[in-house]
Design a protein around this ligand. Sequence first.
Ligand SMILES: *[C@@H]1O[C@H](CO)[C@@H](O)[C@H](O)[C@H]1NC(C)=O
Ligand SMILES: *[C@@H]1O[C@H](CO)[C@@H](O)[C@H](O)[C@H]1NC(C)=O
Ligand SMILES: *[C@@H]1O[C@H](CO)[C@@H](O)[C@H](O)[C@H]1NC(C)=O
Ligand SMILES: *[C@@H]1O[C@H](CO)[C@@H](O)[C@H](O)[C@H]1NC(C)=O
Ligand SMILES: *[C@@H]1O[C@H](CO)[C@@H](O)[C@H](O)[C@H]1NC(C)=O
Length: 630
Amino acid sequence: MALALLLLLMAGLGLSSSSAVNYELQARTFINESSTRYYKFYNDMAAETYTANDEEDFDALFTKLTNVKRIADELVRISREASEFDLSKLSDLRTKHALQELRSVGDLFVLGDDYFSLVQMNLAALQTLSTDKDIEPYMGGAKMPNDDDSPLAYFPDIQKIVQRSSDADELKYYWETWREKNQIWSSVNFYTIVQSYQRAAKILEVPVHRLWYRFDDSQDLLRQMERVMEELKPAYKQLHAFVRHELHKKYGQEVVDANGPIPDHLFQQVLEQAWSEGSILEQYFPRRELPQYDDFVKDRTAKALINESENFYTSLGFRPLSQEFHKSQLKEPNQHRPDDDCRPSIFDLTPRVYLMYCEKVSFRKLMQYHSHMARVYYAQQKQQLPSYYFKAYNLEYPVGEAVVLSASSPTHLVGRGLAKNVQFTQKTLMNRLFRMGIHTILNIPLYYVHTKVMHDLLNDSVDMDTVNKHYWRLMEQHAGIEPPSDRDEDAIDFPYKFYVNIDQNYQTQKFISEILGYQFYKALCNSTSLQGQPLHNCDFYGNLAVGNKLKSMMNLGSTKPWKDVIGKILTTNPNLNSQALLEYYDPILSWLNAHNKETNVKIGWSATKKIAESEFRSSNFKSNFDMART
Ligand SMILES: *[C@@H]1O[C@H](CO)[C@@H](O)[C@H](O)[C@H]1NC(C)=O
Ligand SMILES: *[C@@H]1O[C@H](CO)[C@@H](O)[C@H](O)[C@H]1NC(C)=O
Ligand SMILES: *[C@@H]1O[C@H](CO)[C@@H](O)[C@H](O)[C@H]1NC(C)=O
Ligand SMILES: *[C@@H]1O[C@H](CO)[C@@H](O)[C@H](O)[C@H]1NC(C)=O
Ligand SMILES: *[C@@H]1O[C@H](CO)[C@@H](O)[C@H](O)[C@H]1NC(C)=O
């Protein structure tokens, strides 16, 4: 308050050049002090929330919540104080950039108690939509083992069914039933989150998209994503035509129109089954001709897999992880809640990063550790920076992606002695590429549509009454997908994945880390002596020049705008671009083009008949929502 008054007085008096110098100095002093304060609060906050995870005593939890609220108030105070500075009166770019970073440290905490009572509650509720066991099994359980008729959750039960079922009616039943069950709550909980971001942005006086993406220029980011979608379109259409043709042969014209969009429930089936036996690829690329990847790791322990992934980074010249990390930041699986689908996870309190691992040993886990290690090493590199630069545009994810591409290449697997007595023939290379390609290329339009829907809701260019129709129009336009059946006017049809980690805008992050991950991979492979082999088999393990490039980017944190930061690796063009991804999959995309010519299938899709205008008489979401809230 005193500061605000002072600034107001100074503005009123007009700034002489010496007061301008004073103003710069004052700003820099504030920044220095805030860095120390922020670092302390950030650590305190992390310590409270981290230990709260396995707390069972209610009083203790309550105390922690009170502490968190107090720290949140402090963070909001830093934001407010940073906003008092008039950026137009400052000339030093670093000072301006630092103040901008500090303005948003208050984040959604500016909502005060509403953050805890509304945002956190609704986020938690959204996560339970997919884990509550409340869906009747198909045909009363007749298709379940032992006719078990107990209710199912989408995750993991129904997801497992989608991974193995080839019964279109069963898949459609689960697609529709889960949405019917959840449409009211998903929309109320979800819209509360949207509104909270809008309110917080107003209070912080930042554009809502900046708060949402945490990016310098979110409009430019969206434009870049749109451009990538255009670049990918020809390849996507070829893959789409192939998938639709195979589904059409399997299920008939009644279920899959040979020229139309693909029904969503069957599209999901293709995505989930890409790596399994009996998928639509079987006739061309049989699963049994691929190596048994899990055999590569079957004699190792979980900790040995973690060490193997650490070894990848030390081979690039990163320091080995400390004894401290191995002793206390590597968290053992929670024995109280045994979870057969355990996913390793990260708790990032830069400079300290905790890795929660799983006892289960599989090739997939090995790759997940390689990817997670990017966050551990990123933290190591940026820890010398002021704390408000720690959130480095989520570049840990594309770095992890690039490392996984290298670590899963046949060259690497053979070179490290993981693949023993395995011949990677031309045929197996194609088989692997196709399965990876299905998963990667078919998902990208979905990440894009989810991003665009959220973007348009946040800036009020659609509302909840029209968003479902908007969603299906985007799905049709960008992905060639339609709903399995005509949709109700009140339906909200986003898949469960749309809501997962929505507050970290996971879908946008996935889009960026896929595209940028391939770009990083290509640039790193190109920057060294590794040129000259097909991109899909490049391994940069052991390459110190690659390590140095990575470090030069990581060291920057977010001290510079995003393009300057990624420009350390993408030296020729620091824009999102799909060229690297297309080059990676080139062999399989050529195969597809030739195959589609041979089978003479239609490329592209006709308009869907399932989302006719009349199906969407306007509903009354807003008034129902307000009633539900009061
Ligand atoms: C702020 O901190 C930096 C680095 O710690 C130092 O070089 C600078 O002199 C400080 N500025 C002020 C105004 O305290
Ligand atoms: C993993 O590495 C740590 C630190 O170098 C070592 O103490 C531990 O024994 C290793 N574990 C395994 C299973 O190799
Ligand atoms: C919302 O975003 C879209 C796409 O970037 C833009 O065309 C539109 O003008 C924006 N609308 C508002 C109200 O800001
Ligand atoms: C690859 O490296 C060459 C020089 O070795 C350079 O001219 C070219 O621009 C690089 N390409 C990319 C995509 O980085
Ligand atoms: C990168 O994108 C921006 C706008 O998004 C564009 O102005 C610029 O020309 C692009 N750079 C290159 C090298 O293509």
